[in-house]
Design a protein around this ligand. Sequence first.
Ligand code: NAD
Length: 263
Amino acid sequence: MNLGLSGKTALVTAASKGIGKSVAEELVSEGCNVAICSRTRSDLEQTADEIKQKYNVDISWSVCDLNKAADIEATFNIVQKQFGKIDILVNNCGGPIPGFFQDMSDEDWVHAFEQVFLSAVRFSNYVIPGMIVKQWGRIINITSISVKQPIDNLILSNSFRTGLIGFAKSLSNEFAKYNITVNNIAPGYTLTNRLYDLAVGRAKQAGKSHEEILADMAKQVPMNRLARPEEIGSLVAFLCSNQAGYITGNTIHVDGGWVKGLF
Ligand code: NAD
């Protein structure tokens, strides 16, 4: 299927690694001009080099801490100046710290709010005026399956990601008339470095190997395996296409059937 994304400009946040990086690669492979951002310059340089070697395409990158309003503004300005437009915004972020309610301080709540929720609000605020002018836009938020089934020990994620879903639904209603779609992707267990590190940490606590921990995660999934990051990337690419132009306000699980509920 030709997704018709050639020449579109996409900004993917928190994209030096993991799911964000896979999204960036997928959009590059579909012919988009891609800009990525994250906190660490060396990681960004490495990812840009890898993509250049694999696809023979330069991507734009900028250092941006999603918790800092000034960094978000600067990143938007860099990409806007470089390409003259942003057609696609993919709001990804690092995972908020784990913990239960009584583990969290006021600062932890504020930090997670800025990281997960406000960063997406701020970037959306910057890109939407240009999308209205072009009468075309795609905003996709990478959330988590926790929006459907809250996960124990992840109270910050459970709280703010569901807020983001409400925000996205409101945006989708407000801006559908400009041909702007807004959707969320809710990944289940996805084999990124983050999940690998998490498994190594849990393995130490449980006195097991990290392979056993990863296998235990996979056993919870009807597909009996973890997602590959590119399986999130390909859904992003489809949601960006014209073929997906009538899909908006939705949250799509990519979880191998992990959620047992109907909706
Ligand atoms: P990852 O740790 O592999 O990558 C996270 C990326 O975010 C990195 O590029 C990192 O540099 C960047 N980042 C972190 N904090 C940042 C900040 N303050 N400002 C800018 N960039 C920042 O993580 P991942 O596994 O790819 O997960 C991506 C998102 O998807 C996370 O929010 C995670 O909670 C969520 N998620 C992951 C899984 C999974 O199993 N991997 C499942 C569901 C949801």
